[in-house]
Design a protein around this ligand. Sequence first.
Ligand SMILES: [Zn+2]
Length: 285
Amino acid sequence: MAGQLGFPFARPPIGRASRTAGRGAAGLVPRVSPAAVRVPDPRQIEVPVAFPAGSPQIFVHEGARQALERRLQQASPCPVVLAVTDNRRQMISCSKRDGVVRARLHHMFLDAPPMVQEALAAYLVHQDRTASQLVGQYIHDSGHRIRAYRPIATKLRTKGARHDLLGLFRRVNDAYFGGTVDALITWGRKSPRRVSGARRTIKLGSYSATERLIRIHPALDRAWVPGYFVSYVIYHEMLHHVIPASQSVPRVLHPPVFQARERGFRDFDRAMAWEREHVARLLQG
Ligand SMILES: [Zn+2]
């Protein structure tokens, strides 16, 4: 193997997902403004793949990095060092220095199916053409896991009167995603004062894949809304960031794998019960 190998950039699909409470059609709450603090800014940083002790099986972790490194090692006559990236364009790069193969791979490969990982090894070590096609297809199919690039125009607001979204986001990120979710988060814009009656539905959170932005409804920024519930809504939207909606028609926003992981949230039952009890109050705004 010599020089640099590269794979083309796969454009992430455009999509929105949201968590809505209450009944009736979604979307009564106006879209909130886009915004501007990156959480965390991953542009130059490699994804930290520290595996938090005691957390449930997470999307990306050090064990996965080591496992993939071993797999590459088995296919390579030289020692292999694997670094994991969150790159936008360069999904794969590989070089050989001082007899050591240094591969830099996008985190999408950490949990790739065994067949794809085999192909990846064959591609990196032997530049195998068939393997290259399989790997290319996998990158294409995993476009949603590549960080969005659309600039965010206006300001993000994470510090609420009661809840600090950034702090909650970071804790959820560390506990469930090994700190690897680089989505942005902001409080949504307050909707205009309601003239009469309660709303019929409220979008507690939403996720915009193009902006990589999670918006949390400002109605949750209240003293009587517990932190674990806000964390749950954040967690739900983070799952939209890491688990794509099905491509079938109609699109399934919460496929079984999504629901299974959602139930992995520590306070899931408690959050569901709290929502049932308080949805009317939330709807009153
Ligand atoms: Zn959802």
